[in-house]
Design a protein around this ligand. Structure first.
Ligand code: ATP
Ligand code: MG
Ligand code: MG
Ligand code: MG
Length: 467
């Protein structure tokens, strides 16, 4: 079943249960300073959940584009995470509650999509006996397929509606650890794939951090379209589906490398396919690369993708040429990425060209430094020098490392990390002084902290680096 059909079937299924189908909102939150990006299907519907607006129909369904920067490092590593994905959702604004939504989710999965009933497991909140009762007695799931957990089963994204949840998992590989007792974290979350989260919204998380019972209880659900696709198309990962393969195939053509021949190259293919979607959609929704907030996310994703392009041997701007493919795949449901295609391409191309200049400048600076080091009869590049290239010129440390290795020079990694940490402390302290936008502070912290993996740590800590 193709992705477009799954998306369509979902919203049509809930339309048949009295829901109004609403189009995806922009990725850029409207009137919501608490969020950097729309990160869940309910985010643009908060106004209904908190009662500040009354919807025409209290039952709503959508397929919402979402961005989650906290999943950047997971992309290409796990089978199931993207920076941008589509969340299929059904919502009840003070209308139906648990006893309707649980059986409907089950009906959609097992009757509409015809998944094997015996491969599902669910989690519920430790204290949620109502949910347990509905899953076992109404739906008929054996009690030993239900796991009560505390941490992951309370949906709370900060200010706004929140409450206990019940998550639905599909066993991708019953052969794996046959005697396992189900727990969502087993096998790093890769055996039991979380496909759908049902949130029983009964509280409001207030600005001062307190929680109050909502006058009317709500339902908010989210199912990952890409994950359903991977299951229905027998893809090993979300990337092995009609949503991503055409992008990967084009990247393979451009690079002359093949997908599924080398694990490292596969990560590169996946990251590129992921990031081009995020950048295409976010620029399509009016965000632009910059050194702050949303723009910084776009800039960082593009630069990451360019670096992964280099892993595949692509040395020229290429990301912008993939915008068309993204449009071919998803433009029918999201016409904005087709009508704005030329603009999106132009923005991406300019940004890619700029980064290539940064890289070229960095390379020549590094050549000078190495010349000097060798002239002094040494074979270690001082950590501060590596850091200066990284911090002042935006030159990625792993590139410095590659070049040094080629020339038989070592990097003083300890010195580099020390300088990096000092810079982070300074940046954090500075942000604490001037920050009025907590979301942004968090974002920088997140990007700083998470930039430390397999060397792709180009997330520059100081904004001017990226100018
Ligand atoms: P996971 O535990 O796998 O990271 P989650 O619990 O963070 O997922 P939710 O916040 O419950 O996810 O979001 C609802 C649904 O959206 C998930 O059940 C999943 O199907 C999908 N989803 C969440 N994050 C991502 C992502 N980064 N990429 C793709 N799909 C996602
Ligand atoms: Mg998650
Ligand atoms: Mg989860
Ligand atoms: Mg979840």
């Amino acid at each position: 079943m193709k992705s477009a059909e799954i998306r369509q079937r979902f919203v049509k299924f809930f339309e048949s249960k009295g829901h109004e189908i609403v189009p995806s909102a922009s990725l850029v939150p409207y009137n919501d300073p608490s969020l950097l990006w729309i990160n869940a299907g309910m985010a643009p519907l908060k106004k209904f959940f908190d009662g500040s607006e009354i919807p025409k129909n209290p039952r709503i369904t959508n397929s919402q584009k979402c961005i989650r920067t906290n999943d950047i490092e997971n992309v290409g590593k796990t089978a199931r995470h993207h920076t941008m994905f589509e969340m299929l959702g059904n919502f009840s604004i003070g209308d139906y509650f648990k006893k309707e939504v649980i059986p409907w989710a089950w009906e959609f999965l097992t009757e509409e999509l015809k998944f094997d009933k015996d491969r599902f497991y669910v989690t519920i909140h430790t204290e949620d006996d109502d949910a347990f009762e509905i899953w076992t007695n109404v739906v008929g799931i054996p009690a030993d397929r239900i796991c009560r957990t505390e941490e992951d089963n309370f949906w709370d994204i900060g200010e706004g509606p929140c409450g206990p949840c019940s998550e639905i998992f599909y066993d991708r590989n019953p052969e794996m650890g046959k005697d396992d007792v189900f727990h969502p974290d087993n096998h790093n979350g890769e055996r039991y794939l979380e496909v759908w989260n049902l949130v029983f919204t009964q509280f409001n998380h207030n600005a001062d951090g307190s929680y109050t019972e909502l006058p009317k209880k709500n339902i908010d659900t989210g199912a990952g379209l890409e994950r359903l696709c991977s299951l229905l198309q027998n893809g090993e990962t979300n990337f092995d589906t009609d949503l991503f393969l055409p992008i990967i195939e084009e990247t393979a053509r451009l690079s002359g490398k093949q997908y599924h021949t080398d694990l490292n190259l596969d990560v590169a293919f996946k990251v590129i396919a992921d990031h081009i979607r995020t950048v295409t959609f976010s620029v399509g929704d009016g965000a632009l690369p910059s050194n702050e907030g949303r723009g910084y996310v776009i800039r960082r994703l593009l630069r990451r993708a360019v670096r992964y392009g280099k892993v595949l041997g692509i040395e020229k701007p290429f990301m912008y040429t993939l915008v068309k493919i993204v449009g071919d795949i998803m433009g029918e449901y999201y016409p904005e990425i087709v009508t704005k295609r030329e603009f999106i391409e132009r923005v991406i191309k300019a940004e890619e060209e700029r980064f290539h200049v940064t890289l070229a400048d960095g390379e020549s600076l590094l050549a000078d430094v190495l010349e000097r080091v060798k002239g002094e009869g040494k074979n270690v590049l001082p950590g501060e020098e590596a850091f200066r290239l990284y911090d002042t010129y935006g030159f990625p440390i792993d590139l410095t490392e590659d070049i040094c290795v080629e020339q038989g020079i070592e990097i003083d990694r300890e010195g580099f990390e020390k300088a990096l940490n000092e810079q982070r402390q300074r940046a954090r302290a500075a942000r604490k002084d001037v920050s009025t936008m907590s979301v942004q502070t968090e974002l920088y912290d997140e990007l700083d902290i998470r930039s430390n993996f397999v060397g792709y740590s180009e997330a520059a800590t100081s904004a001017q680096v990226l100018a």
